[in-house]
Design a protein around this ligand. Structure first.
Ligand SMILES: *Cc1c(COP(=O)(O)O)cnc(C)c1O
Length: 414
């Protein structure tokens, strides 16, 4: 395997990591291996191979190993485990690092299925969870218990995009012997130096930008040498694996990750700026945009050139959910669907107040989440304009409907 050179630029690293280098002849990409059984010519060869990786399909193959190598190089990790979904990367890691009687500090703005796992299986096995404010920073020290083993971060937060002060949190967690686990899906492996910020295990829904084409689900666990065996042990016991076909799709996606992010980011900036100028919008939640909440910490901790295309928008309180639904329905280029990170634009109404323990009351106004895809940005803006036109027509209708009542009351008063 090619040894990535430290001074390579990220774009170079993404095109060369996990490949065999100049001496290699034959196809550029590794073969797409489909395998359960691996054969051995004789018992001696079987005995020699036992205990090593690659003696059975579940242990991976040339395709999955090339992807692991490339991902380790991209994020600067020592070890990589590939799981069938982003959620399984999260649950496997928490199961590996927490035991009955342990305590978990979970960011309140976490991806909702992560919260369901804490309230379900983790509670069942005797792990307690406290949810904390994403903006807590060094204040996390007040919540640390003697049995706190993991502090889980997700920055920017799901749906509301708060940016966490991860170095401050990691410093306190480490001083008290706890590990920092991060859902790094928004950052992608190239959007920040996760391990330098103090993260011990960096998790990704590769389903999003790494696969990048909305055609496969996958999770990634990236970690340090110190934790690799502990995580691998749980991963093996749970019987997790991914297919060679999916590994090839993710590897293909990874090769163009920085190029795609450059366009997602540039279009997202334009759309965030445009949205902010619409009178019906109270706030745009896009930390890479100057003036957006969390921008200062984002600028300090993230690589600005690899921001992604996911953002939120909060409507004025007098806009109704029906109006937002009409706006969303009217768009042609923005698909209505879960997930993000593919080549295509997506839009969804959101209501974070339903999945929060802290500050739920802050999020009362209607909201939407946009994933800005790789379409032409002018077309996307025109599409949103059509949506806002529908919303405004409804606003005018509502205003005219209330008018006669006002007139009547005025007459009565007179
Ligand atoms: C989508 C997502 C996940 C889960 O990924 P799946 O592959 O759908 O299981 C986890 N965390 C975040 C932040 C996500 O957006």
């Amino acid at each position: 395997m090619h040894k990535p050179t430290p001074q390579w630029q990220m774009d170079t690293l993404l095109t060369h990591a996990g490949r065999k280098g100049k001496a290699h002849s034959g196809p550029v990409n590794p073969p797409v291996i489909r395998a359960s059984t691996m054969l051995f010519p004789n018992v001696a060869a079987l005995n020699k191979a036992s205990g090593t990786r690659g003696i059975y399909g579940r242990h991976g193959n040339e395709t999955t190993h090339a992807l692991e190598h490339a991902l380790c190089a991209a994020e600067g990790a020592a070890a990589c485990l590939l799981t069938p979904s982003g959620l399984s990367a999260i649950t496997t890691t928490l199961l590996a690092l927490l035991q009955p009687g342990d305590h978990l500090l979970m960011v309140d703005t976490t991806y909702d299925p992560t919260r369901l796992f804490c309230e379900g299986m983790l509670k069942q096995i005797g792990v307690s969870t406290t949810y904390y404010d994403p903006l807590i920073g060094a204040g996390i020290s007040a919540l640390m218990q003697p049995n706190t083993k993991v502090v889980f971060v997700e920055s920017p937060g799901s749906l509301t995009f708060e940016v966490q002060d991860i170095p401050a949190i990691a410093k306190i967690a480490h001083a008290q012997g706890a590990l920092v686990v991060s859902d790094s899906t928004w950052a992608t492996p190239i959007g920040w130096s996760s391990f330098e910020l103090g993260i011990d295990v960096s998790l990704h829904a590769a389903t999003k930008y790494i696969v990048g084409h909305s055609d496969a689900l996958m999770g990634i666990i990236l970690t340090t040498a110190a934790l690799a065996e502990r995580l691998r042990c749980t991963y093996k016991q749970l019987g997790l694996t991914i297919s060679g076909d999916d590994a090839a799709l993710a590897l293909r996606g990874l090769r163009t990750l920085s190029a795609r992010l450059a366009m997602h980011r540039s279009s997202a900036h334009q759309i965030a700026t445009w949205l902010k100028a619409q009178p019906e919008i109270a706030e745009v939640l896009y930390p890479p945009m100057e003036g957006s909440a969390g921008h200062a910490i984002w600028k300090r901790d993230f690589r600005p050139e690899y921001a992604c295309g996911l953002m939120g928008a909060v409507f004025r309180a007098d806009i109704s959910e029906e109006q937002v639904a009409a706006l969303i329905d009217r768009t042609e280029l923005f698909g209505i669907g879960f997930s993000w990170g593919g080549f295509e634009s997506l839009i969804l109404p959101t209501a974070p107040r339903h999945c929060r323990s802290i500050n739920a009351e802050h999020w009362q106004a209607p909201m939407m989440r946009l994933h800005v895809g790789l379409e032409g940005v002018q077309d996307l803006i025109s599409d949103l304009e059509c949506g806002f036109d529908v919303l405004r027509t409804m606003q005018v209708k509502q205003a005219t409907m209330t008018m006669p009542i006002n007139t009547t009351s005025h007459k009565t008063a007179a």
